[in-house]
Design a protein around this ligand. Structure first.
Ligand SMILES: [Zn+2]
Length: 363
């Protein structure tokens, strides 16, 4: 239980206990069936000794953080502007939905829609619940005087009055295309996260069964961000920009992985097991299209795996040569590629897509 400061209008500060936010979570985030923190009615102070003015209602959306509140609680309160767009109030008897702060109409929070002058204009107190705005079978609102008020009046005509007394107000969490109106961290994150266009190469870099270290090197290579000598020299570093393997042309990504004689030696042994391209690669795009070319999904998967293993191993050998002066023959690099690939396939042999890969690789 957590003590929060409760402000009354006249008798200063008192403290009382409310359940901490966490206890509403039940491992699913906000349990919207537990309304006390959301609805206004449940915040009504159950103290018969207080006058109506003293018994102010509190709503989560309008709660002011107190200095003594925990850091976590304050952080949660700061997330309210994000949360309110998903948390809708479904009016039943109107006894717990806050008129001004809950989003019970498609217009969102009415305090935002009509502005801070709304309570005075509509002559409805800030701590009112929806039922407070109803008098018998009609809404007790003054004649609308602004476009926003007309919008509200129009929506209110969709209600059948009086409201059903035996149906409690409820809360729904509507995020993204979630089919059930309860909190889901996945659909909420999907709705909130910044989205970028899906890259046409993502299936070659990120796929089920890849090794993270391979995928990462491939991802970096794909963006041409590996610190090749040509790039380092381009940044002004006093080093030779020539290829570490053949000491001939500039060490660019495409030379290093696609056209260097040393790499081609390794590739030739790879091609023997998963069909060579019709002509040597002249660009990175040609490598990607060779990977995707086969109609057979398993051959395409094999090419993805072998390409990532090649890029990883060639880059590793290049670093070994430059930094540790360790030179390894192309044949030895192929043995490393072969061993690594067999290990990957063997450890995933239970997966359907990997079932035939070993036979393909060893043919
Ligand atoms: Zn070279």
């Amino acid at each position: 239980m957590k003590k929060v400061r409760f402000l009354t209008t006249e008798d200063g500060e008192r403290t009382r206990k409310v359940k901490p936010f966490r206890s509403y979570a039940h491992g699913k985030g906000w349990n919207l069936q537990n309304k006390p923190l959301l609805g206004a009615e449940a915040k009504r102070v159950e103290n018969s000794g207080q006058t109506k003015e003293q018994s102010r209602r509190e709503v989560l959306w309008a709660l002011e953080p107190a200095q003594a509140d925990s850091w976590a609680w304050k952080r949660l309160l700061k997330l309210r502007p994000l949360a309110i767009q998903f948390c809708k109030s479904v009016v039943g008897n109107g006894l717990s939905s806050s008129f001004w702060f809950d989003a019970w109409t498609p217009l969102g929070q009415l305090i935002k829609h009509l502005g801070p002058r709304g309570p005075r204009a509509l002559r409805i107190r800030e701590d009112a619940v929806v039922a407070d705005a109803i008098n018998g079978t009609v809404w007790s609102l003054p004649h609308p005087r602004s476009h926003q008020e007309v919008e509200l009046h129009t929506y209110l005509t969709t209600f059948t009055l009086p409201l059903s007394l035996d149906i409690d107000d409820g809360y729904e969490w509507l995020a993204s295309d979630s089919s059930v109106p309860i909190f889901s961290s996945f659909s909420t994150w999907e709705a909130l996260r910044p989205k970028m266009e899906v890259k046409d190469w993502h299936d070659v870099v990120w796929f089920k069964g890849t090794l993270p270290k391979h995928a990462f090197t491939m991802w970096t290579a794909n963006y041409d961000k590996l610190p090749t000598r040509a790039r380092l020299a381009g940044w002004g570093m006093q080093i030779s920009p020539l290829c570490a393997f053949c000491s001939n042309p500039m060490e660019t990504r495409d030379h290093l992985f696609l056209s260097c004689a040393y790499s081609l030696d390794v590739w030739s042994q790879v091609f023997a097991r998963c069909n060579p391209p019709t002509s040597p690669f002249t660009s990175w795009a040609e490598l990607l299209s060779w990977i995707r070319q086969p109609r057979s999904k398993s051959l395409s998967l094999l090419r993805k795996l072998v390409t990532q293993t090649m890029v990883f191993q060639l880059w590793k050998q290049r670093n070994n040569l430059i930094h540790n002066h360790i030179s390894v023959s192309a044949a030895a690099v192929f043995i490393l590629v072969d061993r690594e690939l067999r290990n990957i396939i063997f450890s995933r042999r239970e997966k359907k897509s990997f079932a035939t890969l070993m036979a393909k690789w060893l043919r």
